[in-house]
Design a protein around this ligand. Sequence first.
Ligand SMILES: [Zn+2]
Length: 460
Amino acid sequence: MLFTNATILTMNPTRDIISNGALRINENRIVALGKTDELRAQYPAEEFVDVGGKLILPGLIDTHVHVAQALIRGCADDMALIQWLCERVWVLQGNFTHDDGYVSTRLCVAEMLKSGTTTFLESMLAQRYGFDGVARAVQESGIRACLAGIVMDLGTYATKDNAMHPGMIENRETSLLGVLDMHRKWNGAANDRIHVWFGPRTPGGVTPELYREMSDYAHQRDMGITMHLAEVEADKTFLREHYNLSPVDFAESVGLLGPKSILVHMVWLEDAEIAKLAATHTSVSHNPSSNSKLASGVCKVPQMLASGVNVALGCDGGPSNNDYDLIREMKLAAILHKAVALDPLIVPAETVLEMATINGARALGLEHEIGSLEVGKKADLIVVDLGRLHTTPSVNPVSTLVYAATGGEVDTVVVDGTIVVRDGQLLTMDEHEIMAQARQHAQSLYTRAGIEIKLRWPVL
Ligand SMILES: [Zn+2]
């Protein structure tokens, strides 16, 4: 299969952009890249897709997703974090069934694929969402995923007063040992599209002993770890009061730093902590929409990048963002830090595209396989149509993509050599069936949880 007549953003080490470019795929690998006339001449008998001048770039990598939260999109808008969690999100999630987990994952994955995300890291799968159903939805859809199962043994968040919903509480046996079972069953499945990670709760939900046991297993089995940390100031205060440690020092003390760790949000950090993240090659997932909407604060991304920390990007979830469109997330990541630093040169569009592609691949330990378009890498790529009103004229495709485009301009998506979206249509799932099921499951979930969303304006 040959894709021709494209502007190709390779994201290779020299960040080459190929005009009039072509890319050849054989099975699930990229086997040639170059100019269209050269590759057509070299492979005259090859079936080809003329993309008509559209952009081809590596599939986007979302390093922080909650698949179970697609079904509860918009359930807690304009609320403070603790109230958001304790009164809405945990109550709804605590009433999930395995079927809800499957339906929500399909909704989330369909949205991600159609908006150009080809790989995601799910951060915290509870047993009650049904790991098998989530993994099956990933397998069927064709997307690539690292699925982190929850690890916890305490039912609180930050302070003892913030109890979790009883439906969300697990212990060492169900969580830690459950994830190890899922690792045996699913890691490497679907032609190695599925990897299984650990997704421990934040400090306050896990004892230091369980963190250490988990990180020992992670090192023995080369499993990744992802955790929310220093999202709000209360997280920092909690660690100072209980352990007399900063968030990063606490993470280090229980074995959570290293090249296969992704710490999420990381808003409330000091400079010494940023230096420690760089020294230990620990990655950060930056989620600007979630941090802005929940008023958590602004992650010090410019300082992290200047210190050499690998910063990737994440959309978070349906109640915190409320979409899973990483192209829209790129825009906020590119403009937010300029406003904070009063510096228009900070975090340029090119840097943000690195965060959404090659940095994401590095964070997942998959930079030798995905994250750039290079011969020998897996064929995960997207075709984006910048020939729309709001993307015309396009003098720099990178800045048009980051500042003007949305996921709606994604035309074709290829994961592991298979076309899963073509002409903007999902080929692996029925979009209308997904939406109908999601509406039905959401309605019965709200009823079961006893939650009614009251509008602020009168409904006549
Ligand atoms: Zn999250």
